[in-house]
Design a protein around this ligand. Sequence first.
Ligand code: BES
Ligand code: MN
Ligand code: ZN
Length: 515
Amino acid sequence: MQSNRLRNNPPLPKGVESPRPVNRYRVGVPNKSAATDVLTIIPVRQTRDRAELKRDFDPAVFEMILAEMHDNLFLAAEGEMRHVRTAGGRIGLVGMGKDHTERSMYRWIGACAAQMGRVTKMESVVMVRGSIAEDRWPLAAADIAEGAELGSFTFSHYKHPSKDDQKFRKLHLHFAADSAVKLFNTDLQRAAMTAAAANFARQLANHPPNVIHPESLVQICRTVAHRLHLKFRVITFAEAERLSMGGVCSVGRGSPHKPAIIILEYAPAVSRVNPPIAVVGKAVTFDTGGISIKPAADMGAMKYDKCGGMAAIGVAVAAAMLNLPQRVVCAIPTAENMPDGDAYRPGDIIRMHNGKTVDVTNTDAEGRLILADAISYICEEYKPKYLIDLATLTGGVVTALGGVYAGLMSNHDGLANELKSAGERVDEWLWRLPLHRRYRGLLDSPHADMVNSGGREAQPIQGGMFLQEFIPAEVPWAHLDIAGVAHPRRDYRYLKGDQASGFGVRLIVDFIKSR
Ligand code: BES
Ligand code: MN
Ligand code: ZN
């Protein structure tokens, strides 16, 4: 245990905010005296059957909704919002639509509630059940809280303060407890904390590469670990050299900010010595391509090449905030891939931590090199019961699956299916790609055990096949290629175009919880 509190708990860099929910979530409506400045959010189902609709509401509310519908001002399409002033106060109608999956609709409603609270500058928002079925209310309320927190994410530290920012206060979301099925504050708060952990990953990923580079990332993780009582370890550049981590050392050598592997471990008393679930995330804080340099257009987006690592940090943060009963170890290999006199070159042959040699054919296929060393180290040291890696690994997966599905590759059908189901539950969708051994031929090298890139064919699969070389056969492993989903190119519900999505945090947390 580290003892010197001050030395080991430096402040976070300016603009990096701690992981915690921005809003407050409570069961029960605020007392009547404050009722004038309350926004009441009413979820409304989309149906032509007026009798059915009538059953969901008090007569007065039903008349009001009917009037809006009659004037075609509100159709209750999914995510549709309509703000109405009545004698009783302000009301926000939110459409539930009809062809949705239920839980994603609830999250969307939560995001809409937060948006309406923000736009109307109301501090107190009351969620009522509206058309949501009584027996679904506890589940719905938690998903609404999660969506509200996700939808409240902002990133404006580097912008001159706008009027909006100054007016922004945290929302107080109250959930009406009028149903027979009880709501619990802790359920709402846990949902909000999961979202806050994802938002933390989003925040870190959005910070620019001059602020977050391997060395500052180490400091940020040290501080966050200290605050959340996570075990913190770092394999420095010098140690990585001693451990024969040719991948990490080569990729990071061209940058003045030296590479590292950060390890955050969550070990609750109930499972301190059980085999952990391991999460390994690629954190290339900036990917120029190195000597195999990328074209100039859009190179700035390569600050998002750290998203896998930020998701791994988010998982560790969530595990700690939620007090999960499962031991989790998160490893974040981090490097900046730069061209330089000291940078690694195409043609280099490097020896990896597990002893295998790699013939570097392209310095832009750097992610798999740093992941491979981290994976082989974690398997050796921690003997995990599952290992999941996340990485913005290939442009090929963007071409194939776009911004909707992440690529999933795995040596274990059970694990792959469980992850896919978790993805359906949290709206982080996965599509499996094959790892047929015939693909291994693409990585053959005349000089070494393998190349790091075998040309244009099946690039996402090449990435998976490469990583599999570093996984002991008995470890169930899944690789998530998140290059397409880590920063959506357009707005989607609570996600903002050209910002990080936090993809993977809620997915892996859900997977861990469901075990
Ligand atoms: N970080 C990139 C992958 C990437 C591309 C992420 C586009 C997001 C958007 C990765 O390091 C890379 O450069 N991959 C190369 C691999 C190739 C050299 C085998 C690619 O996809 O072009
Ligand atoms: Mn690259
Ligand atoms: Zn990269």
